[in-house]
Write a new protein. Structure first.
Lengths: 285, 305
């Protein structure tokens, strides 16, 4: 969704001056500063912050209502029963909101950075440019929404009389991270198209449509469609695989495939980013 | 302009003819200019089309990406119909009718959906751009309506190719309307839908007079529209009482109603009644839009204008 918070930028002015330390602890401190910035930004528009949470909850409720209506007329989609699909929608929302919390605004802002030439300033910073471009803003409301998604999943689990073991929870979280990595890599790759055509925002928002597929049970899909959205844009793996592990539909191969696809997407996205940044010729300067 | 001397007589005829033509042309141009001065809105549409053509790539991306969730939903319905056995139905829909329904939502949506008009109107108010319309003899509402129309024309011309190809791929499911009267009623209903969509968005954008950030409100309304207008599923597969309840709101008239007309699910006196109610909503929303504007203008202080 369009985020009004994105209008306030340039967090770098508030970054403390760093001694010439390198490595993890330095990046950690920078990221902590970026977080602090985001919190400050959110507190400036408290009402808006709450309203965005309402919007996301509404859309989440809408998806659940859709499933509710479908299951008025059927008992299963493939082998998926109602509460299993509710769990799938919850998991999909959870993964999507985590992605949104860390990356979404930053990905959509990239084309703006390119268009206005503001990327210059980020390129000059003595840190990895992709790091600062990808993580500049944190969407704190998305964490609230991710929590609501977990609540829905827990309710669905109760309906299924299912109590996950500690290992299952850990494995689910691990696979969810792989899912977030897929979303981030692909969205970022799409955002780098803005180095070629400035009006790339349409494409980035278009990617939002793909989240729709991630919430559908994979068994419904077939043929080319299924192949494309498994091996090219692995939307059918992102949330289906983690949920399959919880609802006794799990195959180890699918987990391996998800992790492999996440790694592939990350590599392709990094290559795409490097090729794109070479084309950058700044604007207005 | 006389023919230069010493020119072959044949050529002088050509010159004369040219002169005549030029006069005729100037005449026509004058008439056109006058017409434009009388009716600046036509001009607005022309400029709007040129303006939105710069977004053609965005439009194409939107149209293409929009087909993906549509395909996904059709796949899910196929799985449901298959598990119910052949010849089964959901509510009053066979599988083919269900696919038709979703294809029609795409078509009606392309014809009537408000694209970014509401954001732009809100931005105009926030940035003080509307000040000029308070001085000029041009009405802001109709100005925006012209821009909305030109946006739709451009979107249609861009989206027509992918959407047509998609429909042709699924053409065995795509039913044609029963007769020309039905089709005519469908067109009428679609144009009401477009107006309804526009006036509602316009009214929502008027909130910008009072609040700084209207996007959340627009998204909240959009969420209700999305489910209650029949985007996600045809409304008549809902339990009866919910469907009846929805008909007290304008939402079904924003998408579901014209499709039900096309598919012949609404006919006879029901159809007339439906069209009248739809028109009633259009008029009501028009006056609401006017009312919101008039109230807003009183509060307006031309920030940065």
């Amino acid at each position: 969704m369009m985020n009004p918070k994105s209008e306030i930028q340039d967090p770098k002015s508030e970054l403390p001056a760093f001694p010439s330390r390198s490595g993890f602890s330095r990046y950690f401190r920078i990221y902590a500063a970026l977080w602090k910035n985001s919190v400050t930004r959110e507190t400036m528009f408290k009402g808006n912050f709450l309203l965005w949470i309402v919007v996301e909850m509404l859309w989440f409720g809408l998806q659940l209502a859709f499933i509710g209506v479908l299951y008025l007329h059927t008992d299963n989609i493939g082998s998926w029963t109602k509460w299993q699909v509710v769990m799938l929608i919850g998991a999909s929302h959870f993964i999507q909101q985590l992605f949104q919390a860390f990356f979404l605004v930053n990905c959509t802002n990239l084309s703006e950075l390119v268009r206005t030439g503001k990327l210059d300033f980020l390129l000059l910073l003595p840190i990895n440019t992709r790091f600062v471009v990808s993580l500049r803003q944190v969407d704190l409301g998305a964490f609230v929404n991710a929590a609501s998604a977990l609540a829905v999943m827990a309710y669905a689990a109760k309906q299924l009389n299912f109590i996950p073991s500690g290992w299952q929870v850990l494995a689910f979280l691990g696979l969810a991270v792989a899912g977030v990595a897929v979303h981030y890599s692909l969205m970022f790759l799409l955002a780098t198209i803005s180095f070629w055509t400035v009006r790339a925002q349409g494409i980035v928002w278009g990617y939002y449509n793909l989240f729709n597929i991630a919430r559908m049970p994979d068994e419904a899909f077939r043929g080319v469609f299924r192949a494309v959205f498994t091996f090219v844009l692995p939307m059918l793996l992102v949330s289906n695989v983690p949920v399959r592990m919880l609802v006794n539909k799990f195959t180890p191969e699918s987990a391996v495939l998800l992790v492999l696809m996440a790694v592939t997407c990350a590599v392709v996205s990094e290559l795409g980013w490097r090729a794109s940044i070479r084309r950058y010729t700044s604007a207005s300067s | 302009m006389a023919a230069p001397s010493g020119v072959h007589p044949c050529l002088s005829v050509v010159y004369k003819f040219n002169k005549l033509l030029r006069q005729k042309f100037c005449c026509a141009r004058n008439v056109l200019c006058k017409a434009l001065a009388v009716n600046p809105y036509r001009h607005v549409i022309g400029i709007g089309i040129q303006n939105s053509l710069t977004y053609r790539f965005n439009f194409l991306a939107r149209a293409l990406f929009g087909l993906i969730p549509l395909m996904a939903v059709i796949y899910v319905w196929r799985a449901i119909f298959e598990s119910k056995g052949s010849g089964s139905s959901v509510g009053a829909y066979s599988y083919a009718e269900m696919v038709s329904y979703y294809l029609l939502t795409t078509v009606v949506d392309a014809l009537t959906a408000v694209n970014e008009d509401d954001w732009q109107i809100a931005a105009d108010i926030k940035d003080g751009n509307i000040s000029q319309f308070l001085l000029k003899p041009i009405d802001y509402l109709w100005f925006r309506f012209c821009l909305f129309l030109s946006g739709r024309i451009t979107y249609l011309s861009v989206a027509a190719i992918p959407v047509t190809i998609f429909i042709l791929c699924l053409q065995r499911f795509f039913v044609l309307p029963a007769d020309t009267t039905t089709f005519f009623c469908f067109l009428l209903s679609v144009s009401f839908t477009a107006m309804l969509q526009f006036f509602m968005s316009y009214t929502m954008a008027m909130l910008a007079f009072w609040v700084l950030e209207v996007s959340t409100f627009i998204f909240i309304l959009f969420a209700f529209e999305y489910i209650a207008s029949g985007h996600l599923f045809p409304l008549d597969i809902l339990p009866d009482w919910i469907e009846r309840l929805l008909y007290f709101t304008p939402f079904p008239y924003q998408l579901y109603f014209p499709i039900s007309v096309y598919m012949g699910k609404t006919s006879g006196p029901e159809l007339t009644k439906g069209l009248l109610i739809q028109f009633g909503w259009v008029v009501a929303m028009y006056f609401l839009a006017r009312f919101a504007w008039n109230r807003g203008i009183r509060k307006y202080s031309a920030v940065g204008g």
